[in-house]
Design a protein around this ligand. Structure first.
Ligand code: FAD
Length: 840
């Protein structure tokens, strides 16, 4: 076989005499079944591809009648002649998968024209497909290319494999193409049978180590193999660089060939198989040493196996496969050995396509078995963490519906202004994994519960998830360094009020700055359910912040600790229906001192979280002195929600969403008596507290909005790539591309603004950072609304339904142009500062 890069046409050779076809019959059939086939064809030049072992493949070159010498090329692929293994050489299946992929997916595949199952036409079933003029790299070492091209080719191969694995099989009509579960288990049985069929008495000798390998594989099938969900789907079955046709001038795949072994199943088998050249050079030649790149040295430019894997994992959002990698490699070697045993057997019977190379297939197969055993006996085969590849962040989490994790400006190469520290990156990855493993898969169920008649109760799963998040150390991450320091002193003095087993360190977060938390909060914002699972949901975070900063020791013991532990929830009651509450000087709720008590009278609404059965404490803002200066009249006070006189009147709806089970409540306070020491910081200091509370809290909303928008982007892209309108993918329509690009620009702008605001908050405090905080508070919801609106648009009617998360995310984003202060108020702040600066 010719080594190196070959143009498709260079792979053609005269037809093997033993594989000659009835050309007249073929022409008749093609003319009748291939749309646009030149007819009557003045001449047919038939040649054969020298590359490939299994199904004989031909090139039909037909002159176009009256075309002045113009010719058209087609490719014909057929079963080999003679007795063949029943399940092998399934050209019918190749045709089926190519047809489905060609019509509905982004996987580059040759277009198929017709399938002939009538063996009487040319002796065996066959199909005819498009001839792709491109480059095939027959030698996986890529000797005839430059190092940079080698890298690009390998990464393109990883990307294309990811594209195959992301095909929605139901959407392309391949849902019955195979069983997804127990793929490896069934494959081991299948290839064991094939091996036994191809070897033994009167046939090539059996290799005892192969039988041992079968036993080992059967005993070590990964648990994930029994699943039908994560990591299962379309499997190519023979995915190698030399089965890819590359564009003649660009480093991208234009066609994936040889789908003979494709089916549905465990996709990690494809991945391991595509890495075979790193492990073994199994080219069947007489003098083969069988050493893969790992032994012979990796050609310059070809990425390390772990780099290649990292790209695949990143593009497919698949977990880093360290846990079962040994199995998958051993399985690939075993399967290769079994295939080679078949090739060798056919060669001994005189009917292997691929000629003399098959002579050495038996030897090569046994070398694969030896290699599998060497691999199994190695201590470490893959590092615990994925390799870092420029521009890629590899999730170690399993794939979920939510595939791509765009990283935006945080996906840097360790350089630049906003680059999270290693500690933050680790937490970020952990949260992303948690979201993929536990939150996205439960969203539907939580949503259904929130629509049911039990919606004002807590779904048991929510508390389970909280326990899990706590266990993983993903708890109270919002707590800024300085607040934690103050509370630590108070809490450490007396541990009697802390539940046994609770760790102080865990309760007080991870010692992050607001900026550091920003990178994490963004991820939580991708799901409306996520923040509270990590005990980072509003309004609890703001309330805890108030208690951390301003609470007395007693207040902290009674209310802060259970909040930090996630045992209770809280509400913040400031807004009142009868006054414009964006101007908090308007509020009318009265807090009057009577001896050792304060008596509260008033009406509040939009007290978020107060409907939650776990809500035990409200921080209420009212007036203690109506005659004091305008900003000294207000005070904040702790109100036990079960105090007589506190009455929840109704849940309010946001565009029809009641946000159960947390809800937004209208509450009346009729002569509610609370102890005097429930006052926070002191009478008349409500505004002061509000400033402290609202800075970080506002920013958290912004961060979550960036996450929500990012999710919108992901969903929009996935939808546009998988749906066809007016003859092409939505993603191929220019108007979509322009909207998408604009959304990305706005998102990145907003993200940078939010990060900058967080940084200034850390460095200069609330007051000095108020201008940029206000900018972020205006920019983030407006951007998120635009992106989510566009995402809904791309989803068509589905986008505005509750079948996707988009409408709920949009509704939540819309409230944030009002909640925590309307846009206009923040714009006023920005303008005021701008004018002040001009006057200086
Ligand atoms: C989903 C949701 C959750 C909420 N959660 C809480 C909560 O937990 N606790 C709580 O206390 N409140 C909560 N709120 C209430 C929220 O904080 C208030 O709605 C907000 O502060 C605005 O007050 P208002 O509704 O009284 O509007 P108003 O103050 O009446 O303002 C109405 C409009 O007037 C205009 N306006 C106001 N000021 C200016 C100005 N300076 N310049 C120009 N135009 C102006 C703006 O267009 C503004 O939107 C929540 C609201 C929503 C929607």
């Amino acid at each position: 076989m010719a080594a190196g890069a070959r143009r498709t046409r260079e792979l053609l050779r005269p037809v093997d005499a033993a594989q000659a076809l009835d050309e007249a019959a073929l022409l008749r059939y093609a003319a009748a079944h291939v749309p646009g086939f030149p007819s009557p064809a003045p001449s047919l030049a038939l040649s054969q591809f020298g590359h490939g072992q299994s199904n004989p493949t031909y090139c039909l070159e037909v002159s176009v009648p009256g075309g002045g010498g113009e010719t058209r090329r087609y490719v014909l692929r057929k079963k080999p002649p003679g007795a063949i293994l029943q399940s092998a050489h399934a050209v019918e299946r190749e045709f089926q998968v190519l047809k489905a992929l060609g019509a509905y997916s982004d996987v580059p595949a040759p277009k198929v024209f017709c399938l002939c199952t009538d063996a009487s036409v040319i002796g065996t079933p066959f199909y005819i497909m498009e001839y792709l003029e491109g480059i095939l790299y027959l030698d996986t070492k890529l000797p005839e290319t430059t190092p940079s091209k080698r890298k690009a080719i390998y990464f393109a191969a990883a990307k294309t494999l990811a594209a195959i694995h992301k095909v929605d099989v139901a959407a392309v009509g391949l849902q019955k193409y195979g069983r997804r579960d127990n793929y490896c288990k069934r494959q081991v049985d299948r290839w064991e049978r094939q091996y036994l069929h191809s070897t033994g008495e009167g046939k090539p000798a059996r290799y005892p180590k192969m039988l041992d390998l079968v036993r080992w594989l059967k005993e070590n099938v990964p648990e994930e193999d029994s699943s039908t969900g994560l990591g299962t789907g379309l499997v190519h079955g023979d995915y190698r660089v030399d089965n890819l046709v590359f564009h003649p001038t660009e480093d991208r795949v234009i066609g994936v060939l040889d789908w003979e072994l494709s089916t549905l199943g465990n996709q990690m088998c494809d991945v391991a198989y595509s890495c075979m050249q790193y492990i073994i050079d199994s080219t069947p030649t007489e003098n083969s040493s069988y050493g893969g790149f790992e032994r012979s040295g990796i050609p310059d430019g070809i990425p390390q196996l772990e780099e290649y894997l990292a790209v695949y994992c990143s593009m497919s959002a698949r977990p880093w496969p360290v846990a079962n990698w040994k199995f998958y490699i051993a399985f690939s070697l075993f399967r290769g050995a079994s295939i080679y045993a078949g090739v060798y057997h056919r060669w001994t019977m005189g009917n292997a396509s691929g000629g003399e190379r098959a002579r050495f297939a038996g030897k090569a197969g046994n070398a694969m078995v030896d290699c599998a055993w060497n691999y199994i006996n190695r201590e470490n085969v893959l590092r615990e963490q994925p390799a870092t590849v420029v521009g890629m962040l590899v999730s170690k989490a399993p794939r979920q519906e939510f595939h791509r994790e765009q990283e935006g400006s945080t996906s840097t190469n360790g350089q630049g202004r906003f680059v999270p520290s290693e500690k933050v990156m680790q937490l970020r990855e952990k949260i992303m994994k948690f979201m993929k493993d536990h939150i996205y898969p439960k969203e539907d169920e939580l949503y259904k519960h929130a629509q049911s008649t039990s919606r004002w109760t807590i779904h048991p799963e929510e508390e389970n998830l909280k326990a899990l998040a706590k266990e993983e150390g993903l708890w109270n991450l919002f707590i800024p360094l300085d607040s934690a320091a103050r509370a630590r002193e108070l809490l450490l003095e007396d541990r009697s009020h802390i539940s046994p087993g609770s760790s102080d360190d865990l309760l007080l977060g991870a010692g992050l700055t607001n900026l550091e938390y920003g990178y994490l909060c963004e991820i939580m914002g991708r799901s409306v359910w996520a923040p509270q699972i990590f005990n980072c949901g509003a309004p609890d975070t703001g309330n805890m912040e108030v208690l951390l900063r301003y609470g007395t020791k007693e207040q902290q013991k009674q209310w802060l600790v259970p909040l930090l532990e996630g045992k209770i929830r809280s509400g913040f009651a400031m807004t009142e229906p009868q006054v414009a509450s964006s101007d908090a000087t308007n509020i009318e709720c009265a807090i009057s001192r009577q001896g050792d008590f304060y008596v509260i009278n008033g009406k509040k609404w939009w007290t978020s979280g107060a409907m939650d059965p776990r809500c035990k404490i409200l921080i209420l803002m009212g007036k203690t002195d109506f005659s004091a200066p305008k900003h000294k009249q207000q005070s904040m006070i702790l109100v036990d929600i079960n105090t007589p006189g506190v009455q929840i009147r109704r849940p309010l709806l946001v565009f029809g969403f009641d946000d159960a089970p947390h809800g937004h409540a209208e509450i009346t306070f009729d002569n509610v008596r609370v102890p005097v020491n429930n006052i926070l910081l002191g009478e008349g200091r409500g505004f002061e507290i509000a400033q402290g509370r609202l800075g970080p809290g506002r920013l958290h909303h912004c961060m979550r909005l960036i996450g929500a928008a990012e999710r919108g982007m992901n969903m929009m892209v996935e939808r546009a790539l998988s749906r066809t309108a007016f003859g092409k993918r939505i993603a191929q329509h220019g108007s979509f591309q322009s909207d998408l690009a604009k959304c990305r620009i706005e998102l990145e702008q907003a993200r940078l603004l939010v990060l900058e605001a967080a940084d200034q908050l850390d460095r200069h405090g609330n007051k000095k950072a108020r201008g940029i905080l206000a900018m972020a508070k205006v920019a983030a919801p407006n951007m998120a609304l635009k992106v989510l609106d566009m995402a809904m648009q791309v989803h068509g009617a589905a986008g505005v339904s509750s079948d996707t998360v988009l409408s709920h995310l949009w509704a939540t984003a819309r409230t944030l142009r009002i909640a925590d202060g309307p846009d206009e108020v923040h714009l006023g702040t920005i303008a005021k500062l701008e004018l002040q600066r001009a006057r200086l």
